[in-house]
Design a protein around this ligand. Structure first.
Ligand SMILES: Nc1nc2c(ncn2[C@@H]2O[C@H](COP(=O)(O)OP(=O)(O)OP(=O)(O)O)[C@@H](O)[C@H]2O)c(=O)[nH]1
Ligand SMILES: [Mg+2]
Length: 441
């Protein structure tokens, strides 16, 4: 039964209102501000990443520019002279738009477009458009739509600026009147967008509740979640471990949905492993909020496999960025294995050095099936956090003794006058059962 309060897939397709990136606009310049605090090579690496994002979004980059400034210009982000120069260069090169490596305010975007006749989009819009194109499931589509609407809401004035301009030039005497109409329209649109946001939130909450139920049903299984920077090889590893056949591609954000499968561990402990959406530095916060349901997979895990592409020289920076996202979603306390992937592409000495450098690290190649045995052993070790405990239990705790036989491995059992002496290997999750009976060593 279709509840009209909820958005269905068909509605989503019909309400396709994402027009920031037109499909025929395919050439761009990219630009960034470099401040005195920024490291030059980091700034260039960030522009490389933006170029990669643009490429994934189907935009060719014709030129890249940086401006040195102490801080961005409030009204136009870049300085006037820089924008004038860029505008000339862009027209000469036939570039359709400028991509800025930051999140622009509505005013900055409007000023750049109106004063310098440059169509401008920011990094967030590029990421949103990639998410938009890659979303397949109803859940992912809803989540992307929500992020898009939240991004558009404070920027409506800029979008309506185009409308006012057109009206103004068509009827020069009616400029003031049409500006007034634009203002009214902005109010109407804002209300409509807020309503839509409300509906989408309801639908997402419904999906979250369903997922919660599913999670509860598999509650006795250990949960492992593969996380990492986009393109690190998460889906490749997931497929290798589970034969799931998830899409693997050499492009950013190939995966937006989370997929879960059973993982067989040699101890026989039931475990569920999930592949999920990749992270990126400065992930737009609307996307983090919208993808809450998907990211819950990580928040809910007993163990994170934090995949790192060690063939990329920025790997250490990526680890920091992923940790930042993990902490922003409340997953920083979950035990992690640092999985150093793509070791087939680097020197043996580097992967060995990095395995020592990071705590709980294993070097693998998901594509070449190298190091997987060692990874599985590490997973078991961390997942179970198995430890040996020496206990003395009163005879009234007979039921607990039977329980420990079921869930742990008893290495010694002695029935003495003052109680039952047990030595038991137990996982961390069950430690609470025995805490008060542990004999201090
Ligand atoms: N050489 C090499 N390539 C790998 C390895 N693992 C993955 N790749 C390649 O890296 C690219 C990205 O792999 P994916 O598994 O799609 O990466 P992902 O982390 O799931 O990426 P997103 O879902 O886009 O965030 C693909 O071209 C893979 O073939 C590896 O061990 N060695
Ligand atoms: Mg993937």
């Amino acid at each position: 039964m279709q509840n009209e309060e909820y958005l269905d897939e068909q509605q989503l397709e019909e309400e396709e209102s994402w027009d920031e990136l037109q499909k025929d606009e395919k050439c761009a310049f990219i630009a960034a501000i470099v401040t005195s605090r920024d490291n030059e090579s980091e700034a260039h690496a960030a522009l490389d990443e933006l170029e990669r994002l643009a490429d994934t979004a189907g935009i060719a980059i014709l030129g890249r520019y940086t401006q040195r400034r102490t801080q961005p210009e409030r009204s136009s982000y870049f300085g006037k002279g820089f924008l004038e120069e860029i505008s000339i260069q862009m027209h000469q090169a036939g570039a359709d738009m400028l991509i800025v490596n930051a999140e622009l305010s509505s005013i900055q975007g409007r000023n750049i477009e109106n004063t310098f006749q440059i169509k401008v989009i920011d990094r967030t819009e590029v990421i949103l458009s990639i998410f938009h194109d890659h979303a397949r499931s109803k859940e992912a589509k809803l989540q992307v739509k929500l992020a898009e609407l939240q991004y558009q809401l404070p920027r409506l004035r800029r979008l309506w600026g185009h409308f006012d301009q057109e009206r103004g030039s068509a009827r020069s005497a009616g400029g003031a009147a049409s500006r007034g109409m634009g203002e009214k329209q902005i109010e109407v649109d804002k209300r409509l967008i807020r309503q839509q946001i409300g509906k989408i939130n309801k639908s997402i909450n419904q999906i979250t509740a369903q997922k919660e139920t599913q999670r509860k049903q598999r509650d006795n299984s250990k949960k492992i979640c593969i996380v990492g920077y986009t393109n690190a090889g998460k889906s490749t590893l997931f497929n290798l471990l589970t034969d799931a056949g998830v899409l693997v591609e050499d492009r950013l954000f190939a995966t937006l949905d989370s997929t879960s499968r059973q993982l067989k561990l040699s101890t026989g402990t039931p475990a569920i492993i999930s592949d999920t959406v990749g992270f990126i530095s400065n992930l737009p916060h609307h996307l983090i909020a919208s993808f809450r349901a998907t990211l819950m997979e990580a928040v809910d895990a007993d163990l994170l496999l934090h995949l790192v592409d060690i063939s990329d020289e920025r790997h250490e920076y990526y680890v920091g960025q992923v940790d930042e996202v993990l902490s922003s979603i409340g997953a920083s306390e979950i035990p992690q294995i640092i999985v150093l992937n793509k070791k087939d592409l680097v020197d043996n000495s580097l992967s060995k050095m990095l395995s020592k450098y990071y705590e709980n690290a294993v070097a693998i190649s998901a594509a070449q099936n190298l190091g997987i045995e060692e990874l599985l052993l590490k997973i078991e070790e961390l997942l179970m956090e198995n430890r040996l405990y020496h206990l003395r239990l009163p005879y009234t705790q007979n039921a607990l003794v039977s329980r420990l036989h079921e869930i742990g491995k008893i290495t010694q059992e002695d029935y003495k006058d003052d109680g039952i002496y047990l030595s038991v290997i137990l996982g961390a999750a069950d430690r609470y059962l025995i805490q008060e009976y542990v004999i201090p060593q």
